[in-house]
Design a protein around this ligand. Structure first.
Ligand SMILES: Cc1ncc(COP(=O)(O)O)c(C=O)c1O
Length: 371
């Protein structure tokens, strides 16, 4: 028997994709995070940060959790709030899907939809600034602050990265994941550079996002991207970065559902294409581990809605050979991501990052993973 739903977070499976991945190339393995109870990888940092806040007395029974999230992190916090008895307020934006809003509310959390765009045309900064303001105004409120809190990447250092390495005793050749707050890419890359430096670390961003530099443009892939380089990500640990277009990411996610029976969101479709490309250049027996950060149900009205896909001008279905050909044609955005760093220390002040985050980071940053 499992005592509490939160005890089922983590220990997700690694899954091969035999219909798309050929036997004469490297082997792609999906780390399937939909198996977490909240349906995504974000259950891990959400629980890790809440537990630390409880230990420090920043979050007490009856307290309120306030966070900026367009989806997965908000759903995870809403689930944790329901299980632990906290009030949860999530600041979402017009890009947040109805399915995500319904899930957040289903767990009993409150939602505020922020409609004011920031200077990059996205909602990240306006959402964060309002969350910080509310956290100051509401009594007994705690801000997990996934974007600036280094505990986000630390959660993945201690859980996700260890699980991957333990499941692959023969080692892995490459690791691929998407980036937004940098939690997963930052924490896992730091672990691998420390304990398995031979692994090539590949970051995947949306074309139009500027985590790895470049020109900001609107994009549709949910959950991915940011208009600066997040503090949770040390670009010196990243060997190569790709930028994937909306059309490629959505089409790939649909193809893996249809040809492998694996549901995933568009950010994972983007990563899966890159993983397939790397595998095509590797030998049999060499492994490429690719994060699949969430499942497909969250995108039922978009990714899996033929009418919506057609409205965006995205192709609806691709056979295995054209997915493999798309992967083969991908070219890295950067082979030296650290040269394009866009860290923004000024945001700490302009967005009023909370004291709890700054105090926590002063401690966390001395730990080995944030070297
Ligand atoms: C579906 C999905 N993929 C990828 C990411 C990026 O993860 P991170 O914020 O750890 O960089 C997120 C973040 O919200 C996400 O929801």
């Amino acid at each position: 028997m499992i005592a509490n739903i939160l005890d089922t977070i983590g220990n997700t499976p690694l899954i091969a994709i035999p219909n798309t991945n050929r036997a004469n190339e490297g082997q792609v393995l999906f780390k399937y995070e939909r198996s977490n109870p909240g349906g995504s990888i974000k259950d891990r940092p959400a629980l890790y940060i809440v537990q630390e806040a409880e230990r420090r007395g920043w979050l007490k029974p009856g307290g309120t959790i306030i966070e900026s999230s367009s989806g997965n992190f908000g759903i995870s916090l809403a689930m944790i709030g329901a299980a632990r008895g906290y009030r949860v307020i999530i600041l979402a934006d017009p890009k947040t899907t109805d399915a995500n809003l319904a899930l957040i509310k289903g767990f009993g959390a409150e939602v505020i939809v922020v409609t004011e765009q920031d200077d990059s045309g996205s909602y990240h900064k306006t959402r964060i600034a309002l969350a910080n303001k509310l956290a100051r105004e509401i009594k007994h409120a705690y801000r997990p602050d996934q974007c600036f809190n280094l505990l986000n990447s630390e959660a993945h250092f201690h859980s996700t990265a260890r699980e991957i390495m333990a499941a692959c005793p023969g080692g892995i050749a490459a690791f691929v994941t998407a980036v937004s707050t940098g939690g997963q890419l930052g924490g896992i890359s730091s672990y691998m550079k420390t304990y398995a430096p031979e692994v090539r670390i590949i970051g995947v961003d949306a074309a139009g996002s500027t985590v790895f530099g470049g020109q900001a443009e609107a994009y549709r892939i949910p959950g991915i991207g940011l208009s600066w380089t997040p503090v949770n990500l040390n670009l010196a640990d990243i060997d190569c970065a790709y930028k994937i277009t909306d059309a490629q990411a959505f089409l790939a996610a649909r193809a893996f559902a249809r040809h492998e029976g694996i549901l995933m969101g568009p950010s994972s479709g983007a990563c899966a294409l890159v993983a397939l490309k790397l595998a095509q250049e590797l030998e049999p027996g060499q492994k490429v581990v690719c994060m699949v950060s969430d499942g497909g149900e969250r995108y039922i009205q978009t990714l899996f809605n033929d009418g919506w896909m057609a409205e965006q001008g995205f192709a609806i279905d691709a056979d295995v050979e054209s997915v493999r050909a798309t992967a083969r044609l991908l070219r890295p955005w950067s082979l030296r991501p650290a040269d394009h760093a866009n860290y923004r220390p000024d945001l700490i002040r302009s967005l009023d990052v909370p004291e709890t985050t700054l105090n926590m980071n002063a401690e966390t940053s001395k730990r080995p993973l944030h070297r």
